[in-house]
Ligand binder design. Structure first.
Ligand code: RIB
Ligand code: CA
Length: 322
């Protein structure tokens, strides 16, 4: 895929994962707003072999065999991999009906994800590529560490991760993507690239209520029933945990912002990553009221219109009927 000057040229780094799958679908259903140069996979919700196979399964669902998938790092920069089968199921994309997504119709590329990220940045005009990350930041941090000059050719980073006011979801303090690889997150948050952070403060407002789930299931989209089947499973864990009428749909917030920024409210502030062992390990420490006067390095999404968010997703799923 070639860079289109002035478009939202993205590389989507993800760990499918149900909400990553929706981020992939939303990106690929919006060619007028999003030019997806490739998908790179990280280990996170489930081990790398499965996140990679799941990215390929999502492409098979929409019969897409031209988006390239690049396999990334199998574990965090430091420490052991923490996964979330309790949320996403053993496959990482378990469904309510038990029927799996289709088998892949394409394979992942030989090139490593980190090399794809760096090669694409090197071969493309500067400030044209947005790196979207909806899993742990291992691949991005590895690319930055290997070749910081090339990495800084990226236009910006738009990521799902962290929490400013909200508690954590994997520990009382930490959000999963940051917690899995906090040293990667620290490196990226200090990279001085323009960063947009969609954390639990905004994603916990994007609840897959039964009404929204029915709207997807009963939509005219050919993939609506399969997507609703995925989200039916995805709702189980968080509805029990939080007592809400559905789970928060985290990852597509990144793509929805690229498509319609006015759905969200963003506030720039200092955000640091806690990498010391202890109860706050993996916390994103957001200086919401600028009490430290530290450099405001992160654009934090602080609110969003959930009705418009779900209307966008539901409407865009019809793209795959063509
Ligand atoms: O904390 C939620 C995040 O962790 C989402 O990206 C989900 O897919 C998991 O990766
Ligand atoms: Ca994810």
């Amino acid at each position: 895929m070639e860079v289109k000057l002035g478009a939202n040229n993205i590389i989507l780094d993800c760990d499918p994962g149900h909400d990553d799958a929706l981020a992939i679908l939303l990106a690929l259903s919006s060619p007028k707003e999003i030019n997806c140069l490739g998908i790179t996979t990280s280990a996170g919700n489930v081990p790398l072999e499965l996140t990679t196979k799941n990215a390929l399964r999502v492409l098979a669902l929409i019969k897409n065999n031209n988006i390239e998938v690049y396999k990334g790092c199998p574990k965090p920069l430091i420490g052991e991999l923490v996964t979330a089968e309790n949320v996403h199921g053993e496959s990482g994309l378990d469904t309510g009906s038990g029927t799996s997504l289709p088998e892949p119709i394409s394979n992942y590329e030989d090139k490593h994800a980190v090399n794809f990220i760096l090669d694409t940045l090197k071969e493309s005009p500067i400030n044209e590529i947005t790196l979207v990350a909806t899993g742990p930041l291992t691949n991005l941090a590895a690319a930055f560490s290997i070749d910081p000059k090339t990495f800084r050719r990226a236009k910006r980073i738009v990521l799902m991760g962290g929490a400013g006011f909200e508690p954590g979801n994997i520990t009382p303090a930490a959000e999963f993507n940051i917690y899995v690889d906090p040293f990667a997150a620290k490196s990226i948050f200090e990279s001085e690239l323009e960063i947009f952070m969609f954390g639990l403060d905004v994603t916990h407002k994007m609840i897959i209520t039964s009404r929204r789930l029915s709207a997807i299931k009963n939509s005219s989209s050919l993939v609506g029933p399969a997507v609703a089947d995925l989200l039916t499973f995805f709702n189980v864990y968080d509805t029990k945990k939080y007592g809400w009428d559905g789970a928060p749909l985290h990852d597509p917030c990144t793509i929805a912002w690229l498509i319609s920024p006015d759905i969200f409210k963003v506030k720039k502030m200092s955000v640091e990553i806690e990498t010391n062992n202890g109860p706050a390990y993996g916390r994103t420490i957001a200086d919401w009221f600028n009490v430290t006067s530290k450099k405001k390095n992160i654009n934090v999404a602080v609110n969003g219109n959930s009705d418009r968010f779900f209307e966008l997703i539901t409407e865009r799923l019809n793209f795959f009927d063509e």
